[in-house]
Write a protein that binds this ligand. Structure first.
Ligand SMILES: [Zn+2]
Length: 469
């Protein structure tokens, strides 16, 4: 067991060494549920999903927590614009997030805690920081973290402590701070805003403190892995470290992992430029979710991902190659002897795949090994050098690796009865040597998303993977 990961805080790539042997506790900063998440957000969530899947594949127990931020300024503004309670808005977009995540094959996190369901834990943490003099109150009932009380501040983001002039963007509700760098832990009540009673008085939590409170409540004061997009390094994660360690006196997180940006056509995807793509819109435009998933996970998480129509087409073609081999192997029948070289070939495929992912989740190397194996197996299928049992072993070997990738079509896929009837009708037309009718039915099926092929093992079908357009 030798998974190595690149920790942002130390700058080192180190073996994963869970605090509790065999059990990895992991927290991912999740979406703010005020609108649909875009595929840039999902790149980061699917990177965490790939990591969880791989650690489980490697035999580790993983407890994975992802928060839903369900109270903040954008949510309050969005709900006010629609004239509805904030909870109605956030319920809608939390449900939308789960739908999008399901469509993309994301393993459901063990827990999806919401900030508004953890007000007591958040307020307790704020109170602890007040008690330990790392925080102070202002006249409006807000509480701020005192950065001057925490000399380690800035280590994660590698800020120069002397020249540090962070947080200069002073918001109107943050007047009254002792130091412009200090960040808000608790926002005092304001007319027209949701407010909760708590041990630190009425108000609502700041954003950073919710992640510290919920991660420690669910995973303990120290845990193994914390993930997020690279844009969260500063200030969000810097602030999480400061407030968590100042409150507990213990190291907060062993390994910090940050996913690089997704770019669209070379530009950073951002709402402000309208340069944005959402999962449901892409699926409605004919993009297969499995192709989209492949496009989002197939670039190493620390490298920028340039999302283009071409990258989506390449993703769709890659998934089809895997599907085509799996359906071929499932249908393959050959009475000849076993291929004596196959066990070693499958072993090489597996170890190559694992060696890639072991090294800081290098998915490009893992996919390289996988497609070498796909090419090799296709050659053996064409040469009919495998036995029926060989084909079954190879099929199981590829399926085992796909448990990590999550891109292949299901082994037990079934067609709607009307499509199945068309597939049967085409087989009957071929049996009757009615080639015109069999070609016509093949086109009808293709237009409805089912590709049929004729092989020595008979007609077989698979679902088409599309990239839209
Ligand atoms: Zn967070």
């Amino acid at each position: 067991m030798s998974v190595r990961l690149h920790d942002t805080l130390s700058g080192e790539t180190r073996p994963l060494d869970p605090i509790e042997p065999g059990h990895v506790r992991m927290y991912s900063c999740g979406p703010t549920v005020y609108g649909p998440a875009h595929i840039g957000n999902f790149r980061s969530f699917l990177f965490a999903d790939l990591l969880v899947r791989y650690l489980r594949y490697r035999g580790l127990r993983v407890t994975w927590v992802m928060n839903l931020t369900d109270i903040d300024d954008k949510i309050i503004r969005g709900a006010a614009a629609e004239g509805i309670p904030t909870g109605e808005l956030t319920d809608r977009f939390a449900a939308r997030f789960v739908e999008d995540a399901d469509a993309l094959g994301m393993v459901p996190p063990d827990s999806l805690p919401r900030a508004t369901e953890h007000i007591p834990q958040i307020a307790e943490l704020v109170q602890t920081l007040l008690d330990r003099r790392h925080a102070y109150r202002t006249d409006d009932g807000s509480v701020f973290f005192r950065i001057a009380s925490w000399p380690a501040y800035g280590r994660l983001a590698r800020l120069d402590p002397e020249a540090m002039r962070v947080g200069e963007r002073v918001e109107a509700d943050e007047y009254g701070k002792d130091d412009v760098r200090d960040f808000v832990l608790w926002k005092g009540p304001k007319p027209g805003e949701p407010s909760w009673d708590s041990v630190v008085g009425p108000g609502r939590p700041g954003w950073h403190i919710e992640c510290s409170a919920m991660s420690m409540a669910q995973l303990g004061e120290s845990f193994d892995i914390h993930t997020g997009g690279v844009d969260l390094v500063f200030p969000h994660h810097e602030d999480e470290i400061a407030q968590s360690e100042a409150a507990t006196g213990k190291p907060f997180v062993r390994t910090w992992l940050h996913c690089a940006h997704l770019r669209m056509g070379g530009e950073k995807m951002a709402k402000s430029t309208g340069n944005i793509a959402r999962v449901a819109d892409l699926v409605a435009a004919g993009v297969s979710p499995r192709a989209l998933r492949y496009a989002l996970i197939s670039v190493h998480y620390r490298a920028p991902l340039n999302y283009t129509d071409e990258s989506l087409q390449a993703a769709s073609a890659a998934v089809e190659r895997i599907d085509a081999l799996l359906t071929t192997l499932a249908a393959y029948r050959e009475d000849g002897p076993d291929d004596p070289t196959l066990p070693e070939r499958l072993e090489r495929l597996r170890t190559g795949f694992e060696a890639g992912l072991d090294e800081d989740l290098n998915v490009s190397a893992a996919l390289g090994a996988l497609f070498d194996g796909v090419r090799d197996l296709n050659r053996r299928v064409d040469a009919r050098s495998l036995s029926t049992a060989d084909a079954q072993h190879a099929n199981a070997a590829i399926r085992a690796l796909d448990a990590v990738l999550g891109v292949a079509g299901p082994a037990d896929a079934v067609l709607d009865p009307d499509l199945e009837a068309l597939v049967d009708a085409r087989a009957a037309a071929r049996a009757a040597r009615d080639w015109a009718e069999s070609d016509r039915l093949r086109d009808v099926l293709l237009a409805r998303g089912v590709a049929v092929e004729d092989t020595r093992d008979g007609q077989r079908w698979r679902l088409v993977v599309t990239s839209g357009g």
